[in-house]
Design a protein around this ligand. Sequence first.
Ligand SMILES: [Zn+2]
Length: 268
Amino acid sequence: MLRCPNCGAQLHQEGRSYRCANGHSFDISAQGYVNLLIRHSANPGDDSVSIASRDAFLQKGYYQPLAEEVRRLVQENLAAGGNFLDAGCGTGYYLSFLQELPLNFYATDIAKKAVGKCARVNRKAVCFVGNVFHLPFDDGSLDGLMSIFTPYSAEEFARVVKPGGRLIAVTPGREHLYQLKQIAYEQPYYNEEPGYLLPDFRLLSQNNVRYRIHLESGEDIANLWRMMPYYHTTSRQGNERLMALGQADTTVDFLVQLFERKNDDEEA
Ligand SMILES: [Zn+2]
């Protein structure tokens, strides 16, 4: 299942660490996660501020309908006992909605702080710091995987998900936060909706989860806006106009795609 990021040999849990036959060892932290990144900077991934902003925002429940839709898809598509990975788990908010399902959960993110929070919230999951472009799993060892608002690797996902396995992807929909963009931008625009491009997977379904939210405070607006890539491309005046609002209504719009891993003899 899990393999050593240094040498590729099988990893086995022994007490408070994971070890391979070649003597590489990875300790489970006090928070309950293990670091399986080989080379890493001191603190890669999201910085602490954006992790905290995102977590504070998600805990308010604004994205709960999305989390429930993801749970429905996992429940309907994964058989009991399957191995399921949250690839790019962040602080584990979406995973926390799956905990009652009879699956073996794995969760990874490149940001150590986020994985620490994820491990505290999701006690049943094996949580590790890792890179979605180089996952420490055997070929075809996963029955399913989800990738929510996070970078993805078509090749690596095809390698680790077994033929017939499922993949759930969530990306921003066309109208996501449009009303906030109207305030922040001189010329607001709708998002493109390319979704995931996965040649080794078949698209089974695709739909938008779209609804209005009422942002109750300037803090919630700021936390939401900072989560988005828009924040970095908005003018200072645009950001200030948004941050000055005490409350706001906006559409949230998520493109939710469900894929099935093709058999290896099928054409890509
Ligand atoms: Zn090793």
